[in-house]
Design a protein around this ligand. Structure first.
Ligand code: SAH
Length: 353
């Protein structure tokens, strides 16, 4: 075999089988190797004991793994863990593992930085460096899985880290296929969520390609406010975004859109905002996640007082709109929503590996 090494994590199973065949290897060997890598966490071909010895030796040169290395790991007092992962070209991204009582979620990045420049988000202030490859998205799961505490599980994956997933859609879709393929990671599709700030024309493409959950970062109930918070709204205003969502055949009460709504004091937290939100979402199967603004040095916004957030939630509840008010997680290590900007989390929280 004298071809370039095959970047294994870049390919969903059907493509991996084809790539093996092209190299003169039996396609079922692709499935065996994927089983080792994704299900067992074994990346060294020498340890893949159900392969013939000759093939194990051959694969050592033929395949490439570990598109990322874990550079550092920060552990929050609440159990949240943030990894800083370094690509081969030196680019860095962050992934966050969030343990909860009934599930444990990994939040993965899709781009190095982000081009959208949402005014309240720390990642937006970085600007975009480049898209991640499929292998770099998938490898966040492999590397972070190795960095879990004893007994720590990983039941859900959310594409809510750095970057806008729908502006890197082909790589994201291929990563989703690897996550949900029973022969690869085997996550149930409903345990995978892709979040978008509202790249409207790509939303139907995403849902047609994979039966994952859709999350939409809404944050405002008027175009005037949303233009400020999420500048992408100037290209795809609320009417277009919500009109497209209302027409999606894939959505239902059992499979709603998860709307993220970051509460910012004096900006979008008034009872009138809550009333408008109820009306805007009336035609869409919805669940609303209210997130009190996580403050950081790049944005002037603050979270509302707890009673203001409770009042907002109460308006939604009275209208029978399903909503939750999220406690910020990992704030002490700058791992909370919108804080991913490679700032670490203080030296005591950082454990070098
Ligand atoms: N670009 C995609 C994926 C990022 S998801 C998207 O916008 O959906 C990250 C979520 O955290 C988004 O809903 C984002 O708007 C929200 N967020 C960003 N900065 C925040 C902050 N400082 N406090 C709370 N939430 C924030």
């Amino acid at each position: 075999m004298n071809e370039r090494p095959l970047e294994l994590n870049d390919h969903s199973l059907p493509r991996l089988r084809a790539a093996f065949a092209e190299r003169g290897l039996a396609p079922f060997r692709a499935e065996q190797v994927a089983g080792w890598v994704y299900r067992q966490g074994v990346e060294d071909p020498a340890q893949m004991s159900n392969l013939p010895g000759e093939l194990r030796a051959e694969l050592g040169d033929a395949i490439r793994l570990r598109a990322l290395e874990l550079e550092s790991l920060a552990c929050s007092q609440d159990g949240t863990r943030k990894g800083v992962l370094r690509a081969r070209d030196g680019a860095r991204v962050e992934s966050v593992w969030i343990p909860e009582e009934h599930r444990s979620t990994l939040c993965v990045s899709t781009q190095v930085g982000c081009s959208l420049r949402c005014s309240f988000c720390a990642t937006g202030a970085l600007g975009l460096t480049r898209n991640l490859t499929t292998a770099e998205i998938v490898d966040q799961v492999c590397r972070m899985r190795e960095a879990l505490p004893e007994g720590g599980a990983l039941s859900n994956v959310v594409f809510m880290g750095m970057g806008e997933p729908l502006l890197n859609l082909p790589a994201v879709l291929e990563a989703v296929r690897i996550l949900i393929d029973p022969k690869a990671f085997g996550f149930a599709p409903r345990r995978v969520t892709v979040s978008t700030a509202g790249v409207v024309p790509r939303i139907p493409t995403l849902l047609r390609a994979a039966p994952v959950n859709l999350a939409v970062s809404l944050h405002a109930t008027t175009d005037a406010v949303r233009d400020e918070l999420v500048p992408l709204n100037r290209r795809f205003p609320l009417r277009e975004l919500l009109g497209t969502l209302a027409a999606l055949p894939e959505l239902s009460r059992r499979r709603p859109v998860f709307f993220e709504y970051t509460l910012m004091e004096g900006v979008n937290d008034a009872p009138e905002d809550a009333e408008r939100l109820v009306k805007l979402l009336a035609q869409i199967p919805s669940k609303v996640n209210l997130i009190p603004m996580n403050p950081h040095p790049d944005a002037p916004y603050r979270p509302p007082a707890p009673e203001v957030a409770d009042r907002f939630l109460a308006v939604l509840a009275r209208a029978r709109l399903t909503a939750t008010l999220r406690r910020p997680r990992g704030a002490d290590i700058a791992a909370a929503c919108g804080q991913l900007a490679l700032r670490g989390g203080g030296d005591d929280a950082l454990r070098s590996r």
